[in-house]
Design a protein around this ligand. Structure first.
Ligand SMILES: C[S@@+](CC[C@H](N)C(=O)[O-])C[C@H]1O[C@@H](n2cnc3c(N)ncnc32)[C@H](O)[C@@H]1O
Length: 355
């Protein structure tokens, strides 16, 4: 491992305080204010490290905009209404959904755009992409005003740090990041856990918890129960719960070892949809799904929309539009692994695609 300043910083933390939890490692590697991944990279897009659905096809954001417009109309058309995005990346999803929302002018007029974004680099990109929508930025959902809320989040939950636990012969241990004899980062067994509510997976299993996602689900569940509205999460993950180490790193669209090059690689892990849904439901929200991304987008009419977008374009553009659509729907690509989950207040109508 070449000794970057962030690696030296991590070594110092481990030498001073012992191995770090995986959660702490992810927080430092992603969010260190000077050397963390999000402080030093603009990761999304063909020239970044990974490509997301809104960057693949404008149809993705447009269908979500129509989904929101339909729900807004059937929920009594509250005016004003907050449209909030968690982790907006380059602002593409919000730009596409607002363009589609404008087909219902009263909805577009009622919208106040709020963005929850922790990366200052990406806030600058979003400010460029969305200046006409005059967004308000937040560090977290806590400061978003308590009005009726329509919230979207694509590939946000997978970026929140996870804790990992390994089932040993004597019980569950926290999985931690320590140093080997050469001073390289390596996974080590942390302390045995006395009070953890972990399922009875076989010995050797790895289980994962995402405390920040639980807190978000609880806060959002309370807010939707009290003030009404809906939230749509699209992410990759599993349902029902399953054991397994899903921590992964990506550099320039290639898989990378998660402990190699901290600060230079994006780190994510699969979303446990059952856990997130249970926390939101316990806080008072109604939960819908998860269903596969392919099923969700097909229910919203992606085939018709893609045909309309391709009409009149030249052969190369048509091929590009169609291949983007296939990437979103194909079960070997994003169609099945990615899932859509909706949360609503108790009195909200059934969100389109979830009946
Ligand atoms: C994987 S990118 C997804 C970007 C975008 N939603 C898309 O689909 O292209 C994750 C986004 O969430 C933001 N993010 C990650 N963790 C965050 C946190 N704890 N608070 C606020 N924003 C966060 C990142 O800066 C980035 O904008």
């Amino acid at each position: 491992m070449s000794a970057t300043p962030l690696l030296e910083h991590l070594r110092g933390l481990i030498r001073a305080g012992g191995p770090l939890t995986v959660e702490h490692y992810m927080e430092v590697a992603l969010w260190h204010p000077q050397w963390g991944y999000y402080a030093t990279h603009s990761p999304v897009g063909a020239r970044g490290d990974f490509v997301t659905a809104p960057e693949i096809s404008q149809v993705f954001g447009e269908l979500i905009g129509l989904w929101l417009a339909d729900l807004w109309q059937r929920s009594g058309a509250p005016d004003p209404v907050i449209v909030c995005e968690l982790g907006p990346g380059k602002g593409t999803l919000m730009a596409d959904l607002l363009r589609a929302a404008a087909t219902v002018p009263a909805f577009r007029r009622a919208i106040r755009v709020h963005l929850v974004e922790a990366s200052t680099t990406l806030r600058a990109v979003q400010a460029d992409a969305l200046h006409a929508a005059t967004p308000t930025w937040h560090e977290s959902l806590m400061t978003v005003p308590a009005n009726p809320l329509l919230l979207v989040a694509n590939e946000f939950l997978d970026a929140l740090p996870i804790r990992q636990f390994k089932c040993q012969a004597d019980g569950w241990h926290e999985r931690c990041v320590g140093l080997d004899a050469r001073g390289d980062l390596t996974f080590v067994h942390g302390p045995k856990l006395s009070v953890e509510n972990l399922a009875a997976w076989p010995a050797g299993s790895v289980a994962e918890h995402r405390p920040a996602a639980r807190t978000l689900a609880r806060d959002l569940g309370r807010r939707l129960a009290q003030h009404g509205g809906a939230a749509l999460f699209i992410d990759y993950g599993y349902f029902p719960p399953a054991p397994g180490d899903t921590l992964q790193a990506v550099v320039r669209h290639q898989r990378h070892a998660p402990l190699r090059d901290p600060g230079a690689a994006d780190l994510t892990a699969h979303v446990d949809f059952a856990d997130f849904t249970a926390a939101a439901a316990a806080a008072g929200a109604r939960t819908w799904g998860p269903i596969s991304q392919a099923r969700f987008l097909k229910a919203l009419g992606i085939d018709v929309r893609v045909r309309r977008l391709a009409a009149g374009k030249d052969a190369q553009q048509q091929a590009q539009i169609e291949s983007g659509c296939r990437r979103l729907l194909d079960e070997t690509q994003m169609g099945t692994l990615f899932k859509a989950l909706a949360l609503t207040g108790r009195d909200a109508p059934t969100p389109a695609g979830f009946d």
